[in-house]
Design a protein around this ligand. Structure first.
Ligand SMILES: [Zn+2]
Ligand SMILES: [Zn+2]
Length: 258
C-alpha cells in the first residue's frame, strides 16, 4: 500500500495546515489539500474520497477538487462519510451560496459527485482496499479509518484525543503496519487539547501503550505554531518507532518478507 500525506504548504515543507491522504492513487482520505495537487492527472485518478469529519482542514479543497475533476457523463467521484457529515456538506458547503448545489445539480447520467453513507464498523471495499470506519473521540463525531490491502493494514485515526474502541479493534488486525496518529498541541496546552478533542504529547504517548504493537507511529496534524515544541517533547520521550510525517513523501507498506 502506498500512502502520501498531500502537502498543504507552498513550497512543500513539513508544515501541515490541511489533511488529505492519497492511498494507491485512487482513494483519498479527507479533502483538505487534495484539490491543491498541481498535477491534475493525480486529482483525476482519485475515485473515492472518504471524509472523516466536517472540520474545514479536512474538507477545505473538496469543492475545488470536485470542480477540477468533473467531466460530463455518468462517471463521477464518490464521497463517503457518515450521513450527518454528508448532510453538513450539502447544507453548509454545496448550498448554492458558498458553492453550487452539486447534489441538486447531479443527475444519474451526469453527477458532480455520488454520496455514499458510511456506518461505524461496517467495512466497505473500494479500489482493491477494504476500509473500516471506527468512531474516535474528537470535538465532533469523527470516524477513524483502517485501510487494508490484504497484505498490510494502516490506521488513520484522524482527529482524536484519548480513545479506546479503535485500539481494541486494531489489536485484532494482524497485518497492521502503521498508525498515522495526531499530536495537535504541546503539553503546555494539554487543557485545550482535552477541550478540543486532540492529543498533546503526553496523551499521544499513552495511546501507544494502549495498543502495545510493533508498528510505525507516524505523527501528523501538529499545529504549525507548536510543531517544533511538539517535536522536541517527542524527542525527549525517545519513544520507539515514532517518526514525524513528511508531507509529500510516499510511504510504502509491504507484507513481511518483501
Ligand atoms: Zn477536527
Ligand atoms: Zn483536523
Amino acid at each position: 500500500m502506498r500512502v502520501e500525506l498531500i502537502p498543504s504548504s507552498q513550497p512543500a515543507s513539513d508544515r501541515q495546515f490541511l489533511v488529505s491522504y492519497l492511498i494507491d492513487d485512487r482513494l483519498a482520505i479527507d479533502a483538505g489539500s487534495i484539490g491543491l495537487l498541481a498535477d491534475l492527472g493525480r486529482q483525476e485518478a482519485v475515485e473515492h474520497v472518504f471524509i472523516t469529519h466536517q472540520h474545514i482542514d479536512h474538507i477545505a479543497s473538496l469543492p475545488i477538487f470536485l470542480e477540477n475533476v468533473y467531466e460530463p457523463g455518468p462517471k463521477s467521484v464518490e464521497v463517503l462519510a457518515d450521513p450527518t457529515v454528508l448532510q453538513f456538506l450539502h447544507n453548509d458547503l454545496f448550498n448554492g451560496r458558498i458553492w453550487p448545489d452539486f447534489l441538486a445539480l447531479s443527475t444519474p447520467d451526469d453527477p458532480f459527485l455520488i454520496t455514499v453513507p458510511l456506518e461505524a464498523e461496517q467495512t466497505v471495499e473500494r479500489a482493491g482496499l477494504t476500509v473500516t470506519p471506527i468512531p474516535v473521540s474528537h470535538a465532533v463525531p469523527t470516524l477513524g479509518l483502517v485501510v487494508d490491502d490484504g497484505e498490510s493494514a494502516v490506521a488513520f485515526p484522524s482527529d482524536t484525543g484519548p480513545t479506546d474502541r479503535l485500539w481494541d479493534y486494531l489489536a485484532g488486525v494482524e497485518r497492521l503496519r502503521a498508525v498515522f496518529l495526531e499530536v495537535s498541541f504541546p503539553d503546555s496546552m494539554a487543557e485545550l487539547a482535552g477541550l478540543s478533542g486532540h492529543h498533546c504529547t503526553t496523551t499521544f504517548a499513552a495511546e501507544l501503550a494502549k495498543l502495545q504493537r510493533d508498528v510505525r507511529w507516524i505523527v501528523v496534524h501538529r499545529k504549525p505554531r507548536y510543531a517544533e515544541q511538539i517535536a522536541a517533547e517527542l524527542a525527549a520521550l525517545a519513544l520507539p518507532n515514532v517518526e514525524l510525517v513528511q508531507p509529500g513523501q510516499v510511504y510504502e507498506f509491504l507484507a513481511p518478507g518483501h
